[in-house]
Design a protein around this ligand. Structure first.
Ligand code: 8YV
Length: 327
């Protein structure tokens, strides 16, 4: 593509510095009031633009992609997970797709560790108790939690975020285990002092804490199926800062209600922004509104990656964070 000022549609409000730079560089259509674009608005928009900058809240499926005009050549997504874009449909139309990997690793690992601490030490419950005015003072046996030091953490997906979590976990005295399609490089495995499990089933049955850190792909949809969830020890806790679709949420909810799992920390859900109402009533569950990467620094870094991807592409080069190659 060789366009001086491509028409770029941004679907959500981005940090101001990013929006301003995009206005300088491109013919940018911003979403100032930050209302999610409807399907009809998306379909109408893609017909007349060169670049689409969607986020996780936009479903860029085959219908949207097929409504694109010939000039739409790049989908530069704002975020790392790319499961909201139909990559096959983009490939078939010769549209390049990019994401923003690497810049939200530390923030998401921090939030995963925060959820591990919150669930094991009952932070949500304690905070609610104090705010309710019903706290009547210290007792030796009230609000007892799970000691982290010496426990086993099983990381499902040892990519960038999984490795960053492992580094933090070691500082808390957790022993690190992981399941991945392949073992990580032996130097990294030694640095993290991590134990590899080829069999997810076997790892699930032995851990005190499990954390999902893999992307959502067709292969990881309901990776934690009903059968696998039932392999987890009753005393264990489950943390998910990846994607809700990696877990059978209905079964997880039932297990938490029935006390077949000690607790859960969830930042993501299967049908966001819907959260199963039964979860809202449970004390042993900490629920967050998909804020794993929500730091100002992270959002600016993500925006800068989007700009670099668009700029390199319009200058005729291959953008650094290609997920789909294009023609
Ligand atoms: C982002 C995320 O905020 O990047 C991801 O994969 O899940 C989030 O942390 C979101 O995707 C922005 O579109």
């Amino acid at each position: 593509m060789s366009l001086n000022k491509p028409v770029v549609q941004v679907t959500r409000k981005l940090p101001e510095t990013i929006e301003t730079r995009m206005m300088e560089l491109f013919e940018t259509r911003l979403n100032i009031d930050d209302r999610a674009m409807t399907r009809e608005e998306l379909i109408a928009a893609v017909a007349k633009i060169d670049v689409l900058v969607p986020t996780v809240t936009d479903r860029i499926d085959a219908e949207v992609i097929n409504a694109a005009g010939d000039r739409l050549k790049l989908i530069a997504s704002f975020g790392t997970g790319i499961d909201h874009v139909d990559l096959n449909a983009a490939r078939a139309r010769g549209i390049v797709v990019t994401n923003t990997p690497g810049v939200l690793t530390e923030d998401t690992a921090d939030m995963t560790m925060a959820l591990i601490l919150a669930v094991s030490r009952r932070l949500g419950e304690g905070e609610r108790l104090v705010r309710s005015g019903e706290w009547h003072g210290w007792t030796p046996t009230s609000m007892l939690g799970l000691r982290l030091h010496g426990k086993r953490l099983g990381i499902i997906g040892m990519g960038r975020i999984g490795s960053a979590l492992a580094r933090r976990a070691r500082g808390f005295g957790l022993s690190v285990h992981y399941h991945n399609r392949r073992p990580v490089h032996h130097e990294l495995e030694a640095e993290l002092d991590a134990t590899y499990w080829e069999s997810l089933d076997q790892m699930l049955a032995r851990m005190d804490i499990l954390s999902i850190n893999c992307p959502h792909t067709p292969a990881t949809y309901h990776l934690l199926s009903a059968r696998r969830l039932r392999l987890i020890r009753k005393q264990a806790i489950l943390i998910n800062t990846a994607r809700g679709e990696t877990v059978d949420q209905a079964v997880l909810t039932q297990m938490l209600i029935a006390g077949e799992l000690a607790g859960a920390g969830l930042d993501v859900y299967e049908h966001e922004p819907a959260v199963p109402p039964q979860l809202l009533k449970l004390e042993n569950v900490v629920l967050l509104p998909h804020i794993g990467s929500a730091t100002l620094e992270g959002r600016i870094d993500m925006g800068e990656k989007v700009i670099i991807n668009i700029k390199t592409f319009i200058d005729g080069h291959s953008p650094p964070d290609r997920v789909v190659e294009g023609p």
